[in-house]
Design a protein around this ligand. Sequence first.
Ligand code: FAD
Length: 460
Amino acid sequence: MLDTELARLATALDGVLIRPDDADYDEVRAVWNGMIDRRPGAIARCANVTDVKTALDFARERGLLISARGGGHHIAGTAVCDDGLMIDLSAMRAVSVDPDRRTALVEGGATLADLDRETQAFGLATPGGVVSTTGVGGLTLGAGFGWLSRLHGLAIDNLVQAELVTAEGREVRASEDENPELFWGLRGGGGNFGIVTAFTFRLHEVGPEVLFGPTVYRLDDAVDVLRGYRRFAATAPRQCCVWADLMTAPPLPFLSEQVHGTRVLTLMQCYAGDPAEGEKVLAPLHEPAKPIGSAVMPRPYVEAQQLLDGVYEKGARNYWTSRNFAGLDDPVPEMLVDLTRTLPTPQSDILICQFGGAIGDVAPEATAYPHRLAAFAVAPGARWIEPSDDAACVDWVRGVTARLSSSGGEGSYVNFVSESEARARDAYGANFERLAALKAIWDPGNLFRLNQNIPPAGTG
Ligand code: FAD
């Protein structure tokens, strides 16, 4: 890119244009996954919708590769490109709540922390993810599930409207009434159709306290506990959501020192209703074995949403995948526990997310996200620090994923996959062709290709 052209772009923006020689360039190009080390030709830190349009027009007219950055959390690092223009929304984080209509208007670069803080000020919330530094943008466009999803659905099930700038540089709205096919595609189709500058979400009464926290078990008891978890999940009320994590015990104050550094199973439990009722409902989970520690208690919803932030700090190297399961039938629990003995680093884990409830109320073809009938997602995640461990950690995840696939695991979640593009067909299943047709209408030149890419129909 010519300096004179970049200078013109810098002048045209209300926000800031950051170039490789600028002091904050390295900080701004760094995303959550420390494995990603890409160097954009420039970064447009947009202040408003006009900036997004200006940056997009600039890139399109010059044939530049673009990337869109929301919260910068995607594991594949698709928020940042080499050489091209990174369109950074992280200065566009305003959240405005209408308590009467129970809706929130959320700018495209907001994080879940921004959303939760503003909505809980009115005793309201909408389903998001489980780590508050995650961007609303990428999370929602991929589907978005968290502690409230069994009760109130995925993030996309609460999306009322999206405002976006398209590949042509047009500002359009998508909702059930306006551009409904585009609205269908945005609900799970990722960043393939435009840059979303604002989302409107439906809100629900939540909290202010929920019953929330971890209970930890010895790995030797984990098969029994997982079988109990499977039985519990089959009839659990929608207010409760439990994720199981096969992991190495961190030095948490409620665990004895002898346990630190050993392999354990943690049940993270959330009951979004009366805490006393929640204790009764969650009790059967703890019948199969004696826990070695527990910190389940009523907590403000905002605190619950931030409890895992420290575990998932930015900067470590990461490689993840996921597979969906209709159930955790034998021998899956035993297999997962055996695989836990092979975790490549103390920060790595095998996470089991519970679905069902309101997620399954929506038909697989009603939104672009198709995995409505899955009861669980199993997500092996390697996390490590040293680049010299890259090969071993990536190989471990791929090996575990192959075992999951051969044990009934299928499909994948676009927000949990390290390898962009390769998995799109797998991730969208029967909805893939319809998405490709939509892509051919809204982005026939595949301008938005740094994502879990859906090639426009007819382009292969
Ligand atoms: P970014 O990396 O900024 O963006 C990812 C992609 O999304 C971009 O390449 C772009 O294509 C697109 N994009 C982002 N914002 C916009 C926008 N405004 N307009 C158009 N395109 C956009 N997912 C869950 O569902 N539930 C969880 O509980 C959960 N927990 C997570 C915890 C951690 C620690 C991490 C790292 C991820 C987690 N995820 C979870 C996955 C998460 O949903 C994805 O990483 C998601 O892409 C994050 O969005 P982002 O805006 O931060 O990502």
